[in-house]
Design a protein around this ligand. Sequence first.
Ligand code: C5P
Ligand code: MG
Length: 161
Amino acid sequence: MSDHRAGIGWDVHRIAAGRPLILGGVPIASDFGLEGHSDADVLAHAITDAILGAACLGDIGMHFPDTDPVWKDADSMKLLRHASELARRAGFEISHVDSTVILERPKLKEYRLPIRQRLADCLSIEVDRVSVKFKTAEQVGPVGEGRAAEAQAVVTLRGGG
Ligand code: C5P
Ligand code: MG
């Protein structure tokens, strides 16, 4: 029997000097990056949680604890791929990913297609099933004041029957 599931994901990382800024596996030219145990790819983390949520498979910290040295500076795209494989093993296919990165600067729109393509390749789906949007926080709050970056994602799965 065909089934459709939606999952939501959210993540935030602090901005820090001397760290890379990686979004959806794509290095972004920037004079600052994001703090974290892994490579701090806030977008990959939000999508990973959305996949796990849609498949009722827990959350990112359950599968990849940040106390585990194995995941120190880990490539978050590997975590994302692993989550997609867990969902497939549970009988689901990824129908669609929608996402938003909220970051005051730099401008990200030139990176939209490379990020969509990299995410699609990682998830083994077509690029027209992956949407990535960008927003500022209008200079308000921790994101708007340039102290953090945030990402949100909704993933739709089909199958599971
Ligand atoms: O946040 P705001 O509504 O001002 O964003 C307007 C547009 O600027 C967004 O739709 C997005 O295309 C772009 N943008 C961007 N990089 C950011 C934030 C926004 O390219 N860091
Ligand atoms: Mg994270």
